[in-house]
Design a protein around this ligand. Structure first.
Ligand code: ADP
Ligand code: MG
Length: 303
């Protein structure tokens, strides 16, 4: 049976917007020595802004935006929301009736006017065998120069191909949450120094954020299964007691694998909230440290 003191701990946590799914997690969280964060929507605001757009020579920017926004119109991803809001500002005609297939870690696939459209990262085009370096795509040399460096620029890039032909790209940026620095500082004060970021976004973006926040390990360019493999690797060391903190978009498998799965509220999907052991209802990653402190305080009362 669960000692009565745990109910006090659960109550104290819930008043802070932290929901523990059971008293056992309140105890387990005190043993955490490794905290792994998802990036987008967890350490960053998850609110992207379109920085620039570039269409291939055979397409107008207006047409490119119409196609990408239509493909993204039913996606829940923070990137999709940014593109939609930008498209509306530009008074773009968006077709919201298009059937799309979401490819986790890559982007989306759809058919528009009988043409197959891919919208996602450079990995998506690579995996479909579409080269945006080749001459047959009739891209100017200036653009070729940009493409060869798409993985080196510190912005998130969404590339589009129509009927297996490169059609253009959009650059977006997201900003770190102010609370993210506090979150890291407070975990270090609790002597939790094994901190990591896992992300499907580009390595250069993940590394820059990690340096800025004082997180020693940054892993980018990961597919959902790459995140799972990384967690399995961490678990092979029995001394690691791992909490994973994610916004829930594409994160349910990693939440399930960790010793404590923590879902950040608001943006999270139902699947993630179900899989999580702890749900943080605010958008503050520093609540992870708060949850650990409440766990420790409760343990001291109970025992
Ligand atoms: P993160 O690990 O940063 O939370 P995700 O696993 O959700 O990222 O997505 C990884 C990458 O897949 C994104 O950085 C983006 O390049 C691409 N992607 C996913 N969904 C979409 C989408 N709806 N539109 C465009 N790109 C997408
Ligand atoms: Mg995510």
């Amino acid at each position: 049976s669960i000692p009565l003191g745990y109910f006090g701990g659960i109550g104290a946590a819930s008043r802070q917007g932290i929901l523990f799914k059971g008293g056992n997690y309140l105890d387990a969280i005190t043993k955490i020595n490794t905290v792994v964060f998802d990036k987008t929507g967890t350490l960053t605001k998850g609110i992207f802004e379109v920085q620039s757009l570039s269409a291939a020579d055979h397409l107008s920017e207006k047409e490119l935006l119409r196609i990408i926004a239509s493909v993204e119109s039913r996606s829940n991803h923070p990137i999709a929301k940014a593109i939609l809001s930008y498209a509306r500002q530009q008074q773009t005609e968006i077709d919201t009736t298009i059937e799309t297939t979401e490819l986790a870690g890559y982007g989306l696939k759809a058919v528009i006017d009988g043409k197959e459209v891919l919208v996602g990262n450079t990995r998506l085009l690579d995996s479909a065998g579409i080269s945006f370096h080749s001459d047959e795509n009739k891209v100017s040399s200036e653009r070729n120069f940009i493409f060869s460096r798409l993985n080196e620029i510190p912005e998130t890039v969404v590339v589009c191909a129509i009927d297996r032909q490169y059609a253009g790209y959009i650059l977006l940026a997201d900003t770190p949450k102010e609370d993210a620095a506090t979150a890291i500082k407070q975990l270090k004060e609790l002597n939790i120094n094994n901190l990591e970021i896992l992300s499907g976004d580009k390595q250069i973006i993940v590394s820059k954020l990690a340096t800025r926040l004082g997180i020693p390990h940054a892993y980018g360019d990961l597919l959902p299964e790459g995140k799972v493999a990384h967690l399995e690797e961490l678990k092979r060391n029995p001394e690691n007691r791992i909490a994973f903190v994610g916004d829930g978009i594409n994160d349910a498998p990693v939440l399930a694998l960790s010793d404590i799965g923590i879902a950040m509220g608001g943006l999270g999907s139902d699947a993630a909230i179900e899989t999580a052991d702890v749900v943080i209802q605010t958008d503050q990653p520093s609540k992870v440290a708060t949850a650990i402190r409440i766990g420790k305080f409760t343990r001291n009362i109970v025992w």
